[in-house]
Design a protein around this ligand. Structure first.
Ligand SMILES: C[S@@+](CC[C@H](N)C(=O)[O-])C[C@H]1O[C@@H](n2cnc3c(N)ncnc32)[C@H](O)[C@@H]1O
Length: 410
């Protein structure tokens, strides 16, 4: 890093704060509304201040800074003798897409939530001396309004960057029928997976305050999607994780094969006493190592043989410094959680191997995502294994089925 870059880094908070203040007073929405009324003409700063109820001089200077940052466009006054503050502002495309009321991919909830983090980041020098966290309350469950801001923020970044849509397209869930969404928050990913996979059912577990918010997000989904999601209050560190509902939940091809082999209809549901997929998005970094090891074991116990855990998180290199976004986010976790941080792939792999998983791989971040995926498989799940499991479950009652497998009478 050279001196110029160092200087830029030192002053980076100025850019964040200008954006925070603009979103706090919804300046982009006001500029957009006023330009709409004037048929797209540049909007004077004084008009924005009047609409936002802000101080005219302060507003002018902040609008200039926003234009300098590329979030607004500013036209100079036509008359060179005109006062400097008589130029006008228009919204830049990025602001129209992410920062204006009713826009396509609203990023304001995330910015508003992060503004609340500012007071805790101020405490970093003290935390460095005394250890974390700076936030003493439970991050998710102490204040219902704070929980809502946080969950809406997660939804907003998932939608604005396109994570949910992109991942639902990219990840092949195969013939998965039961997905467990661990700490599913606003149900951003469950709903995207359910929309992309018509046969999929999801069980989303989360803490009670969060589920209040989850309900509101799920209620906005189309009926054909929301009827396939089940929300269950469950502390994944302490409660038993609910089993999947007993529906006809086997992959069609497997059911066909089993029926050909003489499998009794009433035994089929027993074969699916486990999830096909456990989706674990942005969870690992909130927990300490012991909690993460325990979670890996719990997930192993609720997956069916052959089922997969898919983790989405900032996964770091062995030096724990790359990618930069993950190394910085680890400091965020220092401020906000008792023992969370970002982990290296080797650490995660060891936890999941120790829990019994195999074929553990990492897919590094691929734009637009800034986090990696880690996939781990519970051994088993081939047809033979499903059959021997069925036989074990069947006991004496399915002599026909056993006969067809062994060629002998039970
Ligand atoms: C960072 S958010 C991630 C939300 C969602 N998975 C996503 O990626 O958008 C963490 C989520 O885990 C939930 N959570 C935290 N601790 C939990 C626990 N012990 N049991 C269940 N859920 C928990 C929070 O309520 C929150 O919804």
């Amino acid at each position: 890093m050279d001196w110029t870059a160092l200087m830029d880094l030192h002053g980076a908070y100025e850019r964040s704060r200008v954006l925070h203040a603009a979103v706090a007073h919804d300046l982009f929405t006001h500029v957009a509304a006023l330009e709409g009324q004037s048929g797209g003409l540049p909007v004077p700063g004084t008009a924005v201040a009047a609409a936002a109820g802000t101080d005219p001089r302060a507003t002018e200077l902040v609008l200039n800074a926003l234009a300098a940052l590329g979030l607004l466009q500013k036209s100079a006054p036509e008359d060179p003798e005109a006062p400097l503050d008589s130029g006008g502002f228009n919204t830049a495309p990025v602001a129209q897409r992410h920062l204006v009321d009713g826009c396509d991919a609203d990023f304001r909830p995330f910015i508003r939530f992060d503004m609340d983090s500012w007071t805790h980041w101020e405490l970093l020098p003290d935390v460095l001396e005394e250890g974390g966290p700076a936030m003493k309350d439970h991050m998710y469950q102490s204040d219902p309004e704070a929980t809502r801001r946080f969950i809406d923020a997660m939804e907003s970044i998932g939608q604005a960057r396109g994570d949910a849509r992109v991942l639902a397209d990219r990840i092949d869930l195969g013939r998965a029928v039961h997905l467990l969404d661990v700490g599913g928050g606003a149900a951003t990913y469950s709903l995207a997976f359910l929309s992309a996979n018509k046969h999929l059912h999801a069980t989303l577990i989360d803490l009670p305050n969060t589920l209040e918010v989850t309900h509101d997000h799920v209620a906005k989904a189309p009926l054909g999607v929301r009827e396939r999601i089940r929300l269950v209050a469950c502390d994944y560190n302490n409660d038993d994780i609910p089993r999947p509902p007993k529906t006809s939940s086997l992959p069609d091809a497997l059911v066909k094969d089993l029926k050909k082999l003489g499998m009794d209809d009433n035994l089929l549901p027993k074969l699916s006493e486990g999830y096909d997929i456990a989706w674990v998005s942005n969870i690992l970094h909130g927990e300490d190592e012991e909690e993460n090891k325990a979670l890996a074991r719990r997930l192993f116990s609720v997956l069916r043989p052959g089922g997969r855990v898919i983790i989405k998180d900032h996964i770091l290199d062995p030096t724990l410094t790359e990618p930069q976004v993950g190394a910085l986010f680890a400091v965020n976790m220092l401020l906000f959680t008792k023992g969370g941080r970002n982990y290296g792939f080797d650490e995660v792999r060891r936890w999941y191997e120790d829990a019994g998983f195999v074929d553990i791989t990492e897919q590094p971040p691929k734009a637009p995502l800034t986090s990696s995926l880690v996939v781990a498989r519970k051994p088993g799940g081939g047809l033979q294994e499903e059959l021997s499991r069925a036989m074990k479950l069947a006991g004496e009652g399915v002599s026909g089925f056993v006969k067809s497998l062994t060629g002998r009478s039970g």
